[in-house]
Design a protein around this ligand. Structure first.
Ligand code: NAD
Length: 287
């Protein structure tokens, strides 16, 4: 039995990682910024992959609203261009660059086009990802494994492979990699996704150590189940309800709630944070 569905979690019993109350923090930021023209990411250049939809779109829009010049990148040009249009309509600055994260050449070209357009690179959010097939590990389709690992894990490496030198040249900055609660715990029928997301956390830690004394921070985020097309396109109402029940808060997350964590990590407010994994999961990993 194998379907092209998102990973379905059965149980998680591992201890929670660190957590912070981002929504209340954001209120503070909003309040204090109201009286000034300063914005959290003023003058920063940021790449967001998979920014044509869901979590990536929310991150791109939030970063732009906080003053960043955003490179919206995706394999889907139609959605990517519409995100750019929405950012520009609100007075933000953004361009679209089509790139497939599983292709090293695309990742290289993405960084080159970013530097050409905006003169440097300070922030990269490696967010693009897919759910992949669902099957027993002993029956898992090899091409499905290769595709998920190619986009969700190798894609993050290819991204950083070209982003880190550019960030270094720009005087420093940071990288935020999109992992998952499934980067900390396993789930049935999703070997490739769980392996890729665990890999993203390890990759993040390795890079963070290498660049800790070079003014580049590298962190990862682990969302619980978030209402995005990744879920809504693949799951029926009953399956969505079942996922809700797995979260102590009794609901799924919103892309904007993940974007708030990405903003904090990408900002100078997180200046002593590197090599960290933060979950934003409605209490999922605390069970
Ligand atoms: N939605 C969730 O419940 C959830 C939970 C944990 C982690 N995540 C992770 O968050 C990230 C974003 O997921 P989402 O829910 O917003 O999904 P989504 O499907 O809404 O958006 C993903 C975007 O990535 C793009 N994309 C796919 N393959 C690509 C490739 N090879 N190169 C470039 N772009 C590509 C898609 O076109 C799409 O615009 C993924 O890494 C996902 O694994 C999502």
């Amino acid at each position: 039995m194998q379907q092209d569905l998102v990973p379905v979690i059965i149980f998680s019993k591992l201890p929670a990682c660190f957590s912070i109350n981002h929504s209340s923090r954001r209120q503070l930021v909003n309040t204090s910024f109201k009286s000034t023209t300063m914005k959290t990411l003023d003058k920063k250049v940021a790449i967001v992959t998979g920014a044509g939809s869901g979590i990536g779109q929310a991150i791109a829009e939030l970063f732009a609203s906080e003053g960043a010049r955003v490179v919206v990148s995706d394999i889907d040009a139609t959605h990517g261009e519409s995100v750019v249009a929405a950012i520009k309509a609100k007075g933000g600055e953004a361009i679209f660059v089509k790139a497939d994260t599983s292709m090293p050449g695309d990742s290289k070209a993405l960084v080159e086009q970013t530097v050409k357009a905006f003169g440097g690179l300070h922030i990269a959010v490696n967010n693009a990802g897919i759910g992949g097939p669902q099957a027993l590990t002993g029956e898992y389709p090899i091409d499905g494994w290769d595709k998920v690992i190619g986009i969700n894990l190798s894609g993050v490496f290819y991204g950083m492979r070209y982003q880190l030198p550019a960030i270094l040249t720009s005087g420093g900055g940071n990288v935020v990699n999109m992992a998952s609660i499934l980067g900390k715990v396993g789930t049935k029928f999703s070997a490739a996704y769980a392996a890729a997301k665990h890999g993203v956390i390890g990759l993040t830690e390795a890079a963070a150590l290498e660049y800790a004394d070079k003014n580049i921070r590298v962190n990862s985020i682990g969302p619980g189940y978030i209402t995005t097309p990744l879920l809504t396109k693949n799951l029926n109402e009953a399956q969505m309800k079942a996922l809700v029940g797995l979260h102590p808060m009794g609901r799924l997350g919103k892309s904007e709630e993940v974007a708030e964590l990405a903003l904090w990590l990408a900002s100078d407010k997180a200046s002593f944070v590197t090599g960290s994994y933060y979950n934003v999961d409605g209490g999922y990993l605390a069970q």
